[in-house]
Structure formats: structure tokens, C-alpha cells
Design a protein around this ligand. Structure first.
Ligand code: SF4
Length: 91
């Protein structure tokens, strides 16, 4: 895979990430229920989709009262954040 293909892949493989500041208000799940759901702890987590709807996800990002949601992009191996898990913070 050449450098251009990798750059294209990075741009297209976007996925939302919820960090540890989530307070479980549920706004993101109410706005973009296909993308976010509340886990057993009442915190938001990202569902598993092959593609995430940009507009709904952006609305949820804007509505989050603690700015816990951000986009992450895949690396050249298709991995997100080099193994960082949901509710861990992006360095
Ligand atoms: S909107 Fe923000 S604080 Fe509320 S549940 Fe979603 S990620 Fe957590």
C-alpha cells in the first residue's frame, strides 16, 4: 500500500471515541442512538459500525456537556488509537 492510499484510508476510517470524562448524561445516545449506547456503568460507548454517520456524530459531539467525544482515525493497519480503549483518554 502506498503513502497516498494510507492517507486516504486514514481519512475515511473515522470512528468516534468517548474518553473518561463522560458523565453518562445520555445526550449522545439520544441524538445518535445508532452510534452511542450507554454501558452497564451508565457511560457512553461507541457501537460497532463499519461506517459512522458524520452529521449525527457531529451533533452528538457538539451536544456533549463535557466534550468527551472526539473523532479518531485509523492507522495504516486499520487500528484506532494504537489500542486505546473506550473511556481511556487520548494522549
Ligand atoms: S453526551 Fe458526553 S457526557 Fe453525555 S453520555 Fe455522551 S459522552 Fe457521556
Amino acid at each position: 500500500m502506498n503513502a497516498d492510499s494510507i492517507e486516504r484510508l486514514k481519512k475515511t476510517m473515522k470512528k468516534p471515541h468517548v474518553n473518561s470524562t463522560c458523565i453518562g448524561c445520555g445526550a449522545c445516545a439520544a441524538i445518535a442512538g445508532e452510534v452511542f449506547e450507554l454501558d452497564d456503568m451508565g457511560l457512553s460507548r461507541v457501537t460497532s459500525l463499519s461506517e459512522y454517520p458524520e452529521s449525527e456524530t457531529e451533533d452528538a459531539i457538539s451536544a456533549c456537556p463535557v466534550s468527551a467525544i472526539s473523532w479518531q482515525t485509523a492507522d495504516e493497519n486499520g487500528q484506532y488509537l494504537n489500542g486505546v480503549k473506550e473511556h481511556e483518554d487520548i494522549a
